[in-house]
Design a protein around this ligand. Structure first.
Ligand code: EPS
Length: 410
């Protein structure tokens, strides 16, 4: 329903993204996209490039006078570092000044060189690099704006960095999640934040890297996105694929995830009850009851998805990132593909950890999936039509939609 395609190399002239399937009339400004991109540069432990890379954007098509036209939206993100790489990354026929022949373990380098017949690991790493996620975030910003029109908020926080974990109990609210960006590591638990920063400092000192886990929470998703009728329409399957596609992600969990496998069935699921409509004092299940079609669950083990369909409860997904394979002090063994001699991999400038930024990218991927599924469910060539169709659907479930009224058409 919503498709996007990115192009561009990490140290090339620019990244480009085309987003197709957005309805007309969505309010978008270059500043909205800049703000999204700036959030991706957050986080203690990033390398020096994040301090000087500015993500200069140009809206190339699909937007006129601050609104989408319903045509494909094209965005260019210039690499402000390009002047330093003109020679090395030139599209003109020629030769590079250095050839990288010692593939880094854990990267696409070696498999990519063998697959595509390259002698230079740079031919692989430039596109395999997580720089590409800047283009995803630009696309995801549009998805988030569209979801905002129907009251869906997609946010993230870091719940683990290296061995340090944040305390976790209830599903964080939108307001709590919005606080994450004020932490250096995008973690809402201040004590854990401090321990995470210390772990990053220690790893940096050792020239090593750290992985971790970011949790994405989507509030405001109504019951009925995704389907059980076919494997590639299951919402949990779509979320897992989209998160697993982020560079360095090795595991994805939905709700209580892997932990559920060790529990008995009686304590692994969420009991259902009828929602209590809001009374005059605002007591009751409120919007959650509306989103659930008149039903709610008081526990949250399923993470808001049952049978491949959203339940109306907040969607909770986690992405686990492995420690970055590029090390500031290379110690992992590899071979030189020319001499076949054992050596350690070449040194590239790198981050100690990118987990805080990965959380922003994970939000982006979740938003793109949810926007696409919302468009499949509600359709509409204009944002107005999309919003109206969603309200009509909620009304058809037989619940009073006044609690969802803040998102009603003006
Ligand atoms: C990356 C290595 C670093 C990161 C880069 C991803 O780049 P460089 O080698 O130029 O310092 O800064 O991330 C970004 C540029 C970005 O925008 O996120 C890698 O090897 O994947």
């Amino acid at each position: 329903m919503l498709r996007f395609l990115t192009a561009g190399e990490s140290h090339g002239r620019a990244l480009v993204v085309i987003v197709e399937g957005l309805p007309a009339g969505l309010r978008v400004t270059a500043e909205d996209i800049q703000r999204g991109l700036a959030r991706r540069r957050l986080g203690f432990g990033r390398g020096p490039r994040m301090r000087f890379e500015q993500d200069e954007i140009t809206l190339l098509g699909g937007i006129r006078h601050g609104r989408t036209l319903g045509s494909p939206v094209a965005i260019e993100i210039a690499n402000t570092e390009w002047p330093k790489w003109v020679q090395e990354m030139s599209p003109e026929p020629g030769l590079p000044s250095t050839v990288l022949t010692q593939p880094r373990p854990g990267h696409a380098d070696l498999s990519g060189m063998l697959k595509y017949g390259f002698d230079d690991a740079r031919d692989v790493l430039e596109r395999a690099s997580a720089r590409e996620t800047a283009a995803r975030v630009a696309a995801g910003t549009l998805a988030k704006l569209l979801l905002g029109e129907i009251g869906v908020d997609v946010l993230s926080h870091v719940v683990q960095l290296g061995p340090e974990r944040a305390a976790s109990d209830a599903v964080p609210s939108v307001a709590e999640l919005a606080e994450a960006d004020t932490s250096e590591v995008r973690c809402t638990d201040a004590a854990a934040s401090a321990r995470m920063v210390a772990a990053i400092r220690a790893a940096a000192k050792a020239g090593d890297s750290l992985g971790g886990v970011a949790e994405v929470v989507a509030h405001g998703v109504p019951v009925g996105l995704g389907s059980y009728v076919h494997w590639d329409r299951r919402l949990d399957g779509l979320l897992a694929q989209s998160l697993m596609s982020i560079q360095a992600i090795k595991a994805v969990e939905i709700g209580d995830g892997a932990e559920l496998s060790a529990r008995r069935g009686s304590v692994a699921h969420d009991s259902i009850r009828a929602a209590v409509p809001d009374d005059r004092d605002g007591a009751g299940d409120g919007e959650l009851g509306v989103l659930g079609g008149g039903y709610v669950r008081d526990t949250h083990r399923a993470g808001g998805v049952e049978g491949g369909i959203s339940t109306g409860a907040p969607i909770v997904v986690r992405a686990s990132m492995k420690p970055l394979a590029t090390l500031n002090r290379p110690t992992l063994g590899t071979v030189d593909v020319v001499t076949k001699e054992s050596t350690v991999s070449f040194k590239e400038r790198t981050d100690v950890t990118a987990v805080p930024a990965m959380g922003v990218v994970a939000e982006t991927m979740v938003a793109l999936v949810l926007a696409s599924e919302a468009l499949r469910k509600f359709g509409g060539d204009s944002v107005e039509e999309f919003r109206r169709n969603r309200l009509g659907y909620l009304a058809s479930l037989g619940v009073a939609t006044s609690a969802a009224g803040s998102h009603a058409p003006a």
